[in-house]
Design a protein around this ligand. Structure first.
Ligand code: GTQ
Length: 363
């Protein structure tokens, strides 16, 4: 008896001593990753928030942005839509300039609405139109301007949660007014936009992709040709990756972007993988079943497929194509040999949807 209580006292003393010196027994540690939840943001709700921000919030100076982040409710402190990918809707009002800055996170924009709007990246002005993808590879100065008389809104995508996690998030505001244009407008697109030829002697602005913009007017017919020729994936409809035409690699060093076409009535099979994706509905109406829960989406909604969750997509229309733009962290996982994928084998590869996500009552 006395021996038992002596043992209990010494055990407690062991844990107290450990705790006092920042030590912990592995057998007591909870080992799990961030709680990345599936989630969906309806466009009406996001636009309401962004429009109100346009009324109340000037673009903070210097270097900041009027962006409303889509924050995963499972990891509220991480300021990401997933543990690896941040997305936000940014508003630039007529006549405004979001002044230049540069940072370690890679950034990209998927243009939603506006014309007469541009991002200047390292002295090259890139005009942006709906459906275009514009890149800001890391540590390049970038500045946004709206020279039109209508609001411009786009989806921002950054790898900032990953870069913050690696404590490598260097950030610098540009203190010297506006960027000066040192290259012709759209120079990278004019030089690299064809994808199959590259200019000899071209100097890319930095280590990242030499191409800063992918035009929807070129991407849409390309996907349509592939679909006509019978292109298909089991799990992702007809999908293309936006490639780096300099080396044939992924869109950016940490993130890759895809456009997925779901043909009228298409219902893909379910799979799961270690990469996470943030989707933005470019066109159409449908749903994605994630771990048995149905997420119904329409144009301009955004939603999250967390790592290692079963998911399958459905185009709800029998007459119209749906287009889903997405950002994933495949390049990061591949770099560390962490990519893994599994098909669902039961039930013909389809899940049973047992609940429907309610955007008005999401949590
Ligand atoms: O436009 O450069 O939503 O640096 C967050 C960080 C946008 C941008 C964001 C950024 C930007």
């Amino acid at each position: 008896m006395a021996e038992d209580s002596d043992r209990a006292t010494r055990l407690e003393a062991m844990y107290t001593d450990m705790a006092a010196h920042s030590l912990e027994g592995l057998w007591r540690m909870e080992r799990k990753g961030p709680d990345v939840r599936p989630y969906l943001w309806q466009w009406d709700t996001v636009l309401r928030a962004v429009t109100a921000a346009g009324e109340f919030v000037d673009i903070p100076y210097p270097g900041e942005r009027r962006a409303v982040a889509l924050v995963n409710p499972g990891i509220p402190g991480a300021l990401g839509s997933t543990h690896a990918i941040y997305t936000a809707i940014q508003l630039v009002r007529p006549g405004e300039v979001a002044r230049a800055h540069r940072h370690m996170p890679n950034a990209l924009r998927f243009m939603i609405e506006g014309a007469g709007v541009s991002t200047t990246v390292e002295g090259e002005r890139v005009p942006m139109y709906a459906g275009d993808l514009v890149l800001t590879p890391n540590m390049l100065w970038h500045e946004h301007r709206n020279d039109s008389d209508a609001d411009a809104v786009w989806l921002d995508g950054l790898d900032s949660p990953l870069v913050f996690g690696l404590a490598a998030a260097v950030y610098e505001p540009f203190e010297d007014g506006f960027l000066t244009e040192t290259r012709p407008e759209d120079h990278s697109g004019r030089s690299y936009g064809l994808g199959t030829v590259r200019p000899i002697g071209y100097e890319a602005p930095a280590k990242g992709s030499p191409l800063l913009v992918y035009r929807w007017t070129a991407v849409e017919p390309a996907i349509q040709r592939m679909a006509e020729d019978g292109a298909d994936t089991e799990f992702d409809g007809v999908s293309i990756e936006y490639v780096n035409p300099g080396n044939g690699g992924h869109t950016l060093s940490t993130m890759s972007c895809w456009m997925t076409m779901l043909r009228p009535g298409e219902h893909t099979k379910a799979h799961r993988h270690t990469y996470s994706s943030v989707y933005h509905v470019h066109r159409g109406k449908g749903s994605t079943i994630i771990d048995g829960q149905r997420f119904e989406w329409a144009e301009r909604d955004s939603f999250v497929v967390p790592p290692w969750t079963w998911h399958e997509h459905v185009n709800a229309s029998d007459s119209d194509i749906a287009y889903l733009f997405s950002i994933n962290d495949i390049p990061t996982l591949e770099a560390f040999n962490l990519n893994r994928e599994e098909p669902l084998t039961e039930n013909g590869g389809h899940q049973q949807a047992t609940s429907v996500f309610d955007p008005e009552n999401p949590n």
